[in-house]
Design a protein around this ligand. Structure first.
Ligand code: TRP
Length: 450
């Protein structure tokens, strides 16, 4: 059965797709701010350590579960641990994907509206107050965000319905190099601005006085989200790897490129922000208010604005595709529904979730649960509960349930080359990762206080 299952066609395609999943809104708007606020170079150092000792081993673990089973996330656990409860991982991952997708696609829709605004020169001559008002009016509106959401989901449909090789791999091969080129152009531009040194020191200057346990934990959380860990994305992509793909090398490449993009995003943003004397802020307001404002004051505002929002939309698209693929593969293989139908179904369900999320910021904002609107609630539950739980279970699975021989054969491609990291990897998935993740989880639910 595994022999006729599709695989990615080329090595480059594997990297493009996996990096495409990892590089997303998390890199461009979350990382730079976290780094700047939480001690600059000190945060960066901690982040790098987290990626190395926790991120990379977990990426390898997900890849090897996928490639051993040649299955979607549900089928993978059922095959590798028949007759156990591990199959629940499938449902949990699909649920987490839906929750993340439902708010992620809404924001992705906003980025397309902003591409449109940029093309129409809609930011020109607007003051900060006007830009803020325009953003609030748009994001709380009933229909226009839904229009862009629909368009964005359609793009996802076209890519995923095309299949793994002709859809996901081809699209990633085109979009990822394009994304890197835009980022490099932005970085170079940024480094020549008068505020470059101030921006760079906000991002890089280590300030160890800001480091405390909550910074440590937020670095771990950021690494998780950014590397697409904990909800079956990398298991699903790993199931399309061929026998020749080297898991360790691929995991390191993905982690390095993802981190590079996060750092480049910081280099692109902060020098510009400081040059024009604007307070750096986080999340939606950084991207949708501060940056259009910054671009207005730069020569060539028109082009920079378009490039930036195209960059964001592209980064978001390759990430959502990877999440949709988790659901599509699951529905297609577990329920024997054709791939096209499975794609349409997952996109339709996500559309319903997306509409709810979108309206929850606007007309439905009075409806709250635990003091959060639905949008924030989905964000909170997925990032703080489901992802850490998924990562914990993956590490326990590889550490204690999976036959060690399988792990060894997967790492060495059936002993065709030697690796030094087999034992360290086992140590990490058995002891280090579970303990670290439990700590993130406890801090995420406020166990240690705020
Ligand atoms: N890593 C992506 C980002 O940084 C988002 C993402 C894609 C993700 N797939 C995921 C996050 C799986 C968690 C789990 O934007």
């Amino acid at each position: 059965m595994s022999s006729n299952r599709t695989t990615f066609a080329t090595k480059l395609g594997v990297i493009a797709a996996a990096v495409g999943s990892a590089v997303g809104l998390g890199n461009i708007w979350r990382f730079p701010y976290e780094a700047g606020q939480s001690g600059g170079g000190a945060f960066l150092l901690i982040y790098l350590i987290c990626v190395a000792v926790l991120g990379i081993p977990l990426i390898i673990s997900e890849f090897l579960i996928g490639r051993t089973s040649h299955s979607n996330v549900g089928g993978a656990f059922k095959k590798l641990a028949p007759g156990s409860h591990w199959g629940i991982m499938g449902y949990m991952s699909v649920l987490a994907c839906f929750l993340i997708l439902s708010f992620y696609t809404v924001i992705a829709g906003w980025t397309i509206e902003y591409v449109y605004q940029a093309v129409m020169n809609g930011f020109s001559g607007k003051s900060t107050v006007e830009l803020t008002q325009a953003f609030t009016d748009f994001s709380t509106d009933t229909y226009s965000p839904l229009f862009w959401l629909t368009l964005f989901l359609l793009a996802n449909y076209l890519i995923i319905a095309g299949g793994v090789k002709n859809g996901i791999e081809k699209a990633s091969n085109i979009m990822m190099p394009f994304l890197f080129v835009i980022l490099i152009v932005f970085c170079v531009r940024s480094l020549f601005l008068p505020g470059a040194s101030e921006g760079m020191s906000f991002l890089f200057k280590p300030d160890f006085s800001k480091v405390n346990s909550s910074v440590l934990l937020s670095a771990v959380g950021q690494a998780f989200f950014s590397l697409s860990l904990g909800m079956g994305c990398l298991i699903t992509y790993g199931s399309y790897f061929s026998k020749e793909t080297k898991l360790g090398k691929t995991a390191v490449t993905v982690a390095v490129l993802d981190t590079l993009v996060a750092i480049m995003a910081g280099i692109m943003i902060f020098p510009a922000v400081f040059t024009y004397g604007i307070e750096p802020s986080q999340g939606p307001s950084l991207v949708f208010i501060t940056l259009p404002n910054v671009f207005q004051q730069m020569p060539g505002a028109y082009i920079w604005s378009i490039l930036f929002f195209v960059l964001l939309a592209t980064a978001a698209l390759t990430s959502t595709v990877s999440m949709f693929e988790v659901i599509t593969a699951f529905v297609h293989e577990e329920y024997k529904i054709s791939r096209k139908k499975a794609t349409a179904l997952s996109i339709l369900v996500c559309f319903v979730f997306g509409v709810v999320c979108s309206l929850s910021i606007g007309p439905w904002k009075e409806y709250t649960l635990f003091g959060m609107n639905i949008f924030d609630l989905f964000d909170y539950v997925s990032a703080n509960i489901l992802l850490p739980l998924g990562g914990l279970l993956v590490s326990l699975f590889v550490g204690y349930r999976l036959d060690k021989k399988i792990t060894y054969m997967q790492l060495t491609n059936d002993e065709s080359y030697k690796v030094w990291y087999y034992k360290p990897l086992l140590f990490i998935v058995r002891y280090f990762a579970p303990i670290a993740i439990v700590l993130i989880f406890l801090s995420g639910i406020g166990f240690f206080g705020k």
